[in-house]
Design a protein around this ligand. Structure first.
Ligand code: G4P
Length: 531
């Protein structure tokens, strides 16, 4: 009986992340998901603060201004007969590391592409993580209401740049200002949309007509109708065929053309999404005796792992939260679980869930759900907890830092608060702390992007009352060194340091120097990412 309940809850769940290059429309699409699920009644409130996204303090302030907290990590709500868990993946490229880790908690991803820009840099990087983690990806080609590139051209780009097959689930009718609807290729129906409020604040009206009908012909006029029929025939002949398993295995991405802003094609996309996207499934874990084990969401008792830490979310309590992705079994409030790394039991009291608008206390949760628990310093990123014990979920990916600096408190008497803040920020993975082998007392900070440093300085000041001084270092890339440290041939300007886990890292002043070091050390490996 309980198992049936669990199975039913799992079947209903869709846990996913939306990935995109900044400005492609991720926030707009997320908001439309809330509009169509009935969580909000008017769209256009979530965004705002345009042009201010780049500054750290604005980014922080913006979270408070937006009704929905963007560091909340995940929101849960119902859409039709499913339970949606949408994970937040900060869009700014400098937050990519956090984004990458969050992606591991998703069962699938929606890739938003701007129809005028195609596959951009950040999308490419995020897509690579999806590939690495075998996360199936749906493609949402956005801004079809604006002049953009040819649909076929965009599909080719997806295929060539990302090395994945694509299949157009729908096909746009008209373009730019003339974008009036989409063809559902499977049902052979045309969906014509009509705006009901400026800026897509309300749901769009939809009129459905059979593709091959007088009605459609009349709506389009002879020429546009004939062209549409020809385009679709060409797609049927020359395009890929759709296979759901290929999508689940990450070999094929279903493509949808739409406009998130005007709501054209948005509802049909969400409907297709809940049908195509997988519910939480088995995950591979490492057993403590060196083997691998499949963690089944239904038959394995409760298990979860920490994918994100965040301090000071609630200013009144100054608490630190650990965000857990539930992988198997039923979670009940006050559950006592094994903390595998610490080798002791802990009680998960006061668990929080995130719904649009704020936190709620969670009494029950299921695989696919994200819960936040207060973290009195016991959780680190990647920690596994479970009822049964005996295994650990796969380590989370870590990326090579690309910018480096020394950071110190401006006032000497703030050293203690500084150290406390640094300990918290590094344990959250917000910034990487590296130690020089020559001088272990010397701290070097590494980040994947410049904004990470801005956020670090902002948070040290805001949360720990410490003004800091930052001295940039000349290194531009790095790599983890795998192999014997003693036989590694150093280049003249590289620096050998160790990360928090005491793994050797080499900092280089240029890509050229890094490539040279790789050539000079054929018996060593220099890796960019620890997956
Ligand atoms: P992001 O989260 O991926 O960074 O993108 P976001 O949703 O914030 O959208 C970036 C810009 O693109 C916004 O315009 C947004 O209104 C616009 N946009 C999103 N989807 C569509 C679409 O389907 N069609 C069109 N024409 N525009 C779209 P902005 O001018 O930067 O902000 P705002 O002044 O509209 O608030």
């Amino acid at each position: 009986m309980l198992e049936d309940q669990l199975q039913e809850a799992i079947t209903k769940r869709r846990t996913f992340a939306i990935i995109s290059h900044p400005d492609a429309g991720k926030t707009t699409l997320t908001e439309k998901l809330l509009l169509y699920s009935g969580m909000i009644h008017t769209a256009g409130m979530v965004r705002g603060c345009k042009g201010r996204k780049a500054a750290a303090s604005d980014w922080m302030a913006m979270e408070q201004e937006r009704g929905i907290s963007i560091t909340a990590s995940a929101m849960q709500f119902s859409y039709k007969d499913t339970v949606i868990n949408v994970l937040d993946t900060p869009g700014h490229q400098d937050f990519s590391e956090d984004t990458y880790r969050t992606l591991t908690a998703a069962d699938c991803a929606i890739m938003v592409i701007d129809a005028a820009k195609g596959v951009e840099m950040q999308t490419r990087k995020l897509f690579e993580v999806c590939r690495l983690k075998k996360i199936p990806v749906l493609t949402f080609i956005n801004k079809m209401d604006m002049p953009g590139r040819e649909p076929l051209d965009l599909m080719h780009e997806v295929e060539n740049v990302l090395q994945i097959q694509s299949f157009a689930m729908n096909w746009p009718i008209g373009e730019a200002r003339g974008f009036k609807g989409v063809v559902d290729r499977q049902k052979k129906e045309c969906l014509f949309f009509q705006k009901t409020a400026p800026g897509g604040a309300q749901k769009a009206d939809t009129i459905i007509c059979p593709l091959k009908s007088e009605e459609t012909k009349n709506k389009l006029g002879n020429d546009e109708y004939e062209k549409l029929i020809q385009d679709l025939e060409l797609l049927d002949m020359a395009g890929n065929t759709f296979n759901h398993d290929d999508f689940l295995q990450g070999k094929l991405t279903p493509v949808f053309f739409a406009s998130a802003l005007t709501n054209f094609g948005v509802e049909t996309f969400f409907d297709a999404f809940i049908h195509l996207a997988p519910s939480p499934h088995k995950r591979l874990a490492d057993t403590i005796n060196g083997g691998e084990i499949e963690i089944d969401p239904v038959t394995t008792p409760f298990s979860a792992y920490v994918f994100k830490l965040q301090a000071n979310m609630d200013r009144r309590h100054r608490d630190s939260m650990a965000f857990l992705r539930i992988c198997s079994g039923r979670f009940e409030r006050d559950l006592v679980v094994k903390h595998h790394r610490l080798g002791r039991e802990i009680r998960l009291s006061r668990p929080h869930g995130m719904v649009a608008g704020g936190r709620t206390t969670v009494d029950l949760a299921y695989p696919g759900d994200i819960i936040g628990v207060i973290n009195p310093g016991v959780f680190a990123i990647g920690d596994t907890i479970s009822l049964a014990g005996g295994f650990n979920f796969k380590p989370l990916p870590q990326f090579q830092p690309e910018i480096f600096a020394r950071v110190s408190p401006q006032e000497v008497d703030k050293r203690k608060s500084f150290d406390k803040g640094i300990l918290q920020l590094t344990s959250e993975g917000a910034i990487q702390l590296l130690k020089s082998y020559d001088m272990l007392s010397e701290s070097i900070f590494g980040a994947v992007g410049r904004l990470q440093f801005e956020v670090m300085q902002y948070r040290l000041k805001d949360e720990y009352g410490v003004e800091t001084r930052l001295t940039p270092l000349p290194y531009l890339c790095s790599a983890w060194l795998i192999g014997d440290l003693k036989t590694f041939k150093k280049t003249t300007s590289c620096l050998l340091v160790q990360d928090r886990a005491e793994r050797p890292v080499v900092l280089f002043t240029s890509q050229w120097e890094k490539q040279y070091a790789i050539k000079q050390n054929p018996d060593h490996q220099l890796v960019d990412m620890l997956a």
